[in-house]
Ligand binder design. Structure first.
Ligand SMILES: [Zn+2]
Length: 317
């Protein structure tokens, strides 16, 4: 064992350093205490700066769950948006065309809330919110399916109404030689005094076909001194049409007719100043200018031309 020496200034000599067992023991305990405290400090520092392994795994799982939940939420948001587009078309296109009121917000949200939610048992808030979102979409979809069913029923009913409404010319354009547009008060060409003209006059070659302008039932078909051979059609929904001065009618009272069906032929029977069809439209027993019921037969340019060319001061009866 190597000895340690210490210089003694009194004796001016180097003397061997004697270490007592007491001092040795003290040194040993001091060393052990410092080592222990240093180890403890290191452990505390490590624990406060570095997580446990199972905590690391849990955090990774949480991050994955969060990411997957965001994926579900994105999908639900897209579904919700697509459904909103359908709801919007329903309210602002289909219901407008079918003359129906759009569904109110409270009708759209019918079934949401009130009862216990399916998500009540779910512990995790993010999963619960996704469940609530999906339930809300499901309820909106149920309302939309019912609405579509209602639209379908209304559409079928409206189709019947639309088919019944007078909507075409009673004389085909290829046969039309002149349209007398006078409607209302005018000098009667044969009687020589002012009398209302309650329809329009379609001049066409003798025995040109005359068409029913909407679906309906023949309510009158007879010969007379004023209208000549005349047919009345009741279209329902308040509409009637009358076809006068026919050479011949080929339908009978009570017969059901379809739009575009030939009901007779052009002539000049009754009080008539030439071969033509006198055509009237009535709504709730009042005469309406028939021009408003066949505009769609003509392109707008053709219609403008007709208005310009049409004689608006004379008629044929
Ligand atoms: Zn007339």
């Amino acid at each position: 064992m190597a000895l340690r020496y210490k210089y003694n200034s009194e004796t001016c000599r180097y003397e061997p350093l004697v270490v007592s067992p007491r001092l040795l023991l003290k040194k040993f305990f001091r060393f052990t205490a410092i080592s222990f405290l240093a180890g403890l400090g290191g452990l505390i520092y490590y624990n406060s700066h570095y997580p446990w392994l199972d905590e690391v795994i849990r955090e990774e799982e949480n991050a994955r769950l969060n990411s997957e939940w965001r994926g579900i939420h994105t999908q639900l948001s897209k579904t919700s948006q697509k459904l909103a587009d359908v709801e919007n078309s329903d309210d602002h296109n289909f219901r407008v065309i079918l003359e129906m009121e759009p569904l109110s917000a409270s009708q759209r949200e019918a079934g949401v809330g009130g009862r216990e939610k399916a998500s009540a048992e779910i512990a995790y808030p993010i999963i619960r919110s996704a469940m609530d979102f999906s339930e809300k979409i499901n309820n909106r979809l149920t309302v939309e399916v019912q609405s579509m069913e209602e639209l379908k029923e209304t559409f079928i009913a409206k189709q019947k109404e639309w088919a019944s409404r007078p909507a075409i010319q009673p004389i085909n354009n290829k046969n039309l030689t002149h349209l007398y547009l006078v409607f209302g008060q005018r000098m009667h060409p044969l009687l020589g005094y002012i009398r209302p003209h309650n329809g329009l006059d379609f001049a066409a070659p003798f025995r040109s076909p005359i068409y029913a302008t909407g679906d309906g039932r023949v309510s009158y078909a007879s010969g007379g001194t004023t209208y000549g051979n005349v047919v009345f059609i009741n279209h329902g929904y308040g509409f009637q049409t009358r076809y006068a001065h026919m050479n011949q009618f080929i339908v009978h009272v009570g017969e059901t007719v379809k739009r575009g069906q030939v009901i007779g032929y052009v002539g000049s029977t009754g009080l008539s100043g030439g071969t033509h069809l006198h055509y009237e439209v009535l709504y709730k027993d009042s005469f309406i200018n028939p021009i408003y019921f066949f505009q769609r037969d003509l392109k707008s340019a053709e219609f403008e031309k007709l208005i310009k060319q049409g004689n608006s001061s004379t008629s044929l009866d």
